[in-house]
Write a protein that binds this ligand. Structure first.
Ligand code: LLP
Length: 416
């Protein structure tokens, strides 16, 4: 459910025609819907009502300050993977006490920053990391709240680049090594064991792997508690998939019911780290057609958004819907929608049946609110897009479009 709809054949973000946004702010532009973000957060929150819980939005999915601010105001916590993400959460008014820090490679300065801000938990991914956290905590004279991220070795049945709970993944601690690490942590004056967690992947379309992972982690919880290791929270990670095309996916309601039924009886505080399911359908990428061309038997629509703006199609072969902002009856053709970047991998859609489009018209790339702008770059020296947050009829410029001065920021010529 989202708030991007046609009214009188014009595509709108909530109450604002996208054509007006393109006229005022140019293209390419990411447009987010505040009502959609709120709704997605609330639906998940209600679905988890059966257990005490915290929703820690995965900042990597969409790290725009105004988006984080909106979610913080809703009561969200945050899942971060870097000091930069923690700084964003703080700038956005988020509560560091509701922040969990994941990731396989936390630097000492990042650990120190997290400890100075008294975050909820550091998710430990290896023995070496546990020892480094202990060392940094000792230097700061604090007790670091730690939670092991275990690897339950469950196949989430998703794209191999975003499956993280397999035996071959770099993520998490082997379930068999976990008890020894917990004992080590529990015995340390500089560590405080607060929980346990896992995250098996992203864009997961079935409930079963999630249930299997939680069941395996709960097994471990029993064993640890029997040893007297207290665990306060269980973090089940993120990963709920969204329908990019017409996929059947896990609904927040089914997810919530199944997971809370498993977790609540154990008296554990439930943490979840959703990114895509909150932000994905809450954003579109608005782009303008630069021109069309034919090469042999292929038809190309060249638009002003490229792989540097939205990397998902190039990197994962991801499918995003693309619709004209002005609807009209016209013949359909099979086309490739491509950007100006000098790589054949630079496409937003391939072999796509689309209505014939004209030079200068606007298109909307759908479900681009998660891992869209957040993965964008300046490749080909292209300024990064503008980001707008629409709320009803109001428009907030959440990030101004970069200009040429941003492109060379921090660079220096050698003295001549
Ligand atoms: N927690 C952890 C530890 C994660 O690594 C991730 C995502 C999440 C939570 C949030 O997962 P979500 O609920 O959004 O599925 N760039 C890729 C997705 C990468 C996901 C990385 N980790 C894409 O565009 O599909």
């Amino acid at each position: 459910m989202h708030h991007f709809t046609y009214r009188n054949a014009q595509f709108y973000a909530e109450d604002v025609p996208l054509a007006d946004l393109a006229a005022a702010y140019g293209t390419p532009t990411y447009v987010y819907s505040a009502a959609t973000l709120r709704r997605h957060y609330d639906v998940l929150d209600e679905a988890l009502a059966g257990a005490a819980h915290t929703i820690c939005f995965a900042v990597k999915a969409n790290s725009n300050l105004a988006v984080l601010q909106l979610l913080a105001q809703r009561g969200a916590g945050f899942d971060i993977v870097s000091a930069g993400e923690l700084q964003r959460v703080i700038l956005a008014g988020g509560d560091p006490g509701k922040v969990v820090f994941s990731g396989v490679g936390k630097r000492d300065d990042e650990i120190a920053l997290a400890l100075r801000h008294s975050i909820l938990a550091l998710h430990v991914e290896s023995e070496g990391e546990l020892l480094r956290i202990e060392h940094v905590a000792a230097q700061l004279g604090v007790r670091a709240p730690v939670s092991l991220r275990v690897n339950p070795q469950v196949d989430p049945k998703t794209h191999k680049y975003i499956a993280t709970g397999l035996a071959t993944s770099k993520f998490g601690v082997d379930m068999r090594s976990a008890p020894a690490l917990y004992r080590r942590a529990a015995a340390s004056p500089h560590l405080r064991v607060v929980g346990i967690g896992s995250h098996i992947g992203s864009q997961i379309l079935e409930l079963q792997p999630m249930i299997e992972a939680v069941a395996k982690v709960l097994d471990l919880v029993h064993r640890l508690r029997a040893e007297g290791i207290p665990l306060h929270h269980l973090d089940i990670g993120g990963g709920i998939g969204i329908p990019y095309r017409d996929e059947d996916t896990v609904t927040p309601a089914d997810f919530g019911q199944a997971i809370t039924a498993l977790v609540a009886p154990h008296g554990l505080h439930l943490i979840t780290e959703p990114g895509r399911v909150i932000a994905g359908n809450a954003g579109i990428l608005l782009t303008r057609v630069i021109g069309t061309k034919q090469n042999g038997n292929r038809n190309f629509i060249i638009v002003d958004a490229a792989m540097n703006d939205l990397l998902r199609p190039a990197l994962y072969g991801a499918w995003h819907g693309i619709v004209p902002v002005q609807q009209q009856d016209r013949p359909e053709h099979v086309v490739d929608v491509v950007g100006p970047v000098c790589e054949s991998g630079d496409f937003l859609a391939q072999d796509r049946l689309m209505p014939a489009v004209e030079t200068g018209e606007l298109l909307a790339v759908l479900a681009a609110g998660a891992y869209g702008f957040a993965m964008s770059s300046n490749y080909n020296s292209r300024p990064r897009a503008c980001e707008l947050l629409v709320d009803g009829a109001s428009v907030h410029e959440a990030r101004r479009r970069e200009d040429s001065s941003d492109l060379c920021k921090g660079e220096a010529l050698r003295p001549v």
